[in-house]
Design a protein around this ligand. Structure first.
Ligand code: SF4
Length: 159
C-alpha cells in the first residue's frame, strides 16, 4: 500500500489542475469512487468547473489526486508509483490536446461545447488509450453508452 502523499493541496483561487487521464475520468463521473472523501473532492472539482473555474492540463498529481488516501492509492490503477502511469498520462495528454487544442499548463474554460467534443472522442474510443486495463472500464463503457446520463460534469456555464 502507498503511504506517501503524492499531492499538493487544492488552491481554490487557481485553475483546476487536471492530469491527462482525469480529462477522461471526469467525463463519466457520476459520484462513484474509492472512498467518500475521494468522491466528495471529485464532485467538488466537477462543481468548480461547472461554475466556470478555468482548468489546466497538468503533469502529475492534480486536484483530484489531492484527496487520495493511502487506501485509495493502493486501489488506483493510475497511481504515480506504478511504472505505467506516466505513459498512460502521456497518451491521455496527447488525446486531450488533439481534441481541445490546449497544451500543458494553458488555462482555459472547459465549457459545455468542449465537454461534448471530449465525450464524442471518448465514445468512439479515439481518446481512450489511457483507459487500458483500468478496473472502472466496464462502468465507464456503460455510462458512455448511456449517453453519459447522470454524470456530474456539465461544462462551464451549462444550463
Ligand atoms: S476507464 Fe478508468 S481511466 Fe478510463 S475514464 Fe474510466 S476511470 Fe478513467
Amino acid at each position: 500500500m502507498q503511504t506517501e502523499p503524492c499531492r499538493d493541496a487544492v488552491k481554490e483561487n487557481q485553475p483546476v489542475r487536471l492530469r491527462g487521464h482525469h480529462f477522461l475520468c471526469l467525463l463519466t463521473y457520476k459520484g462513484l469512487g474509492y472512498t467518500p472523501a475521494f468522491v466528495e473532492n471529485m464532485t467538488a472539482v466537477a462543481t468548480r468547473i461547472n461554475a466556470g473555474a478555468k482548468v489546466i492540463l497538468h503533469p502529475g498529481p492534480d486536484d483530484i489526486c489531492a484527496a487520495l488516501s493511502p487506501a485509495d492509492r493502493a486501489a488506483c490503477n493510475h497511481d504515480c508509483a506504478k511504472p505505467e502511469t506516466a505513459a498512460l498520462d502521456d497518451m491521455a495528454e496527447k488525446a486531450t490536446v488533439a481534441v481541445l487544442g490546449h497544451g500543458l499548463n494553458e488555462a482555459f474554460t472547459l465549457d459545455a461545447e468542449k465537454v461534448e467534443k471530449l465525450r464524442a472522442a471518448f465514445l468512439t474510443g479515439e481518446s481512450r488509450s489511457a483507459c487500458g486495463l483500468c478496473r472502472w472500464r466496464a462502468v465507464c463503457d456503460e455510462i458512455a453508452e448511456s449517453g453519459f446520463a447522470e454524470t456530474l460534469l456539465k461544462g462551464a456555464h451549462a444550463t
